[in-house]
Design a protein around this ligand. Structure first.
Ligand code: NAD
Length: 314
């Protein structure tokens, strides 16, 4: 079966696929993403496509007459017109949870960095304020908080939310959460006390978002939810920026009404240096690196290749 691979893939899984399929491999992580027209040209005779970061155009779906399955090595399929693929009889497979550990790790790192004022302390160090103000100035000016005993509120208790909850057991934090599709009993199994969304925002020392972006969640949060937060609380968003009304989030953080925030996702990516939240003290910004670990490649290959081969073997 002619197979075009434009996803990151480890040597082991590439060899595994070559045992079963006639493989043409393009490594975008080394050579850059293909332009849509070049992708179409390269993929149009394939029966199977394995992809990850390309936007698969409708033209490609229509041009690839023999194509019957796309293995999309992503958690959420946002790069393929699913309705058109379904109409054309093309099956789409994804790799749920491929980077859940990576995002959960970053979320915990954000909590500790925020609670321990790591970035302001580093900035002060680089500005020479330690040498200038004496040995204990840093110590007294960057006192933070321990995680044990703090309340962490998780919104969205899917693949990532659960792993964050799981990690927090080790920190002896109290974990509360809101997810309309998870029962109290299920939440309790991974150490989360299910409460209302309002209670998550109003009771937590850290509110961390792990919801999907869809037509129900777009612009779901804004100043009403943020106003519920305690002044000493931190907001963490590693999910999707568009779940917040952008100007309400930015204005709220600029006004310094909570202790701080940590963001990995933005309304318009990539960001340039003029992003309004770059100059706000206590707002940590990372460039959408939640899923950027080498281990994610191993996870997506294992989940994606095994399900694809199972599907092809009937
Ligand atoms: P998931 O689908 O496994 O879980 C999402 C959970 O949110 C589900 O349990 C669902 O019931 C719940 N949910 C849906 N609507 C809700 C609502 N209105 N209120 C509360 N909960 C709601 O998804 P996941 O893999 O855990 O991913 C979570 C988020 O993280 C997604 O937005 C995903 O795009 C994002 N993500 C970001 C990165 C990154 O690099 N920063 C990487 C991977 C995933």
């Amino acid at each position: 079966m002619k197979t075009f691979i434009s996803s990151r893939i480890s040597d082991y899984w590439l060899e595994e696929l070559k045992k079963h399929l006639d493989v043409d491999f393009y490594d975008w992580s080394q050579e850059g993403l293909l332009e849509p027209k070049d992708f179409l040209e390269r993929a149009k005779d394939s029966q199977v496509i394995i992809t990850e970061s390309d936007m698969i155009s409708d033209d490609t779906l229509r041009a690839a007459k023999d194509l019957f399955v796309i293995a999309d090595f992503r958690g959420t399929v946002i790069n393929i017109n699913i309705d058109l693929a379904t109409e054309l009889g093309i099956v789409i497979m994804n790799t749920p949870g491929r980077n859940a550990d990576a995002v959960a790790d970053l979320t915990i790192a954000f909590m500790i960095m925020a609670a321990r004022k790591v970035i302001p302390a580093m900035d002060a160090l680089h500005e020479g304020l330690w040498a200038k103000n004496g040995r204990y100035w840093m110590y007294t000016n960057h006192q933070g908080y321990d995680l044990p005993g703090k309340v962490v509120g998780l919104i969205g208790l899917g693949a990532i939310g659960r792993l964050v909850a799981n990690r927090l057991q080790g920190f002896k934090a109290r974990v509360i959460g809101y997810d309309p599709f998870v029962s109290k009993e299920e939440a309790a199994q991974f150490g989360v006390e299910l409460v209302s969304q309002e209670e998550v925002f109003s009771q937590s020392d850290f509110v961390s978002l792990h919801v999907p972006l869809n037509e129900n969640t777009r612009d779901m949060y804004g100043k009403n939810e943020l106003e519920l937060m305690k002044p000493e609380a931190y907001l963490i968003n590693t999910s999707r920026a568009a779940v917040f009304v952008e100007n309400e989030l930015i204005e709220f953080l600029q006004q310094g009404k909570i202790a701080g925030a940590a963001l990995d996702v933005y309304h318009s990516e990539p960001l340039d240096t003029d992003y309004p939240l770059f100059n706000i003290p206590n707002v940590i910004c990372t460039p959408h690196i939640g899923g950027a670990t080498l281990d994610v490649v191993a996870h997506q290959c294992e989940i994606g290749v095994t399900s694809l081969l199972r599907f092809l073997n009937g």
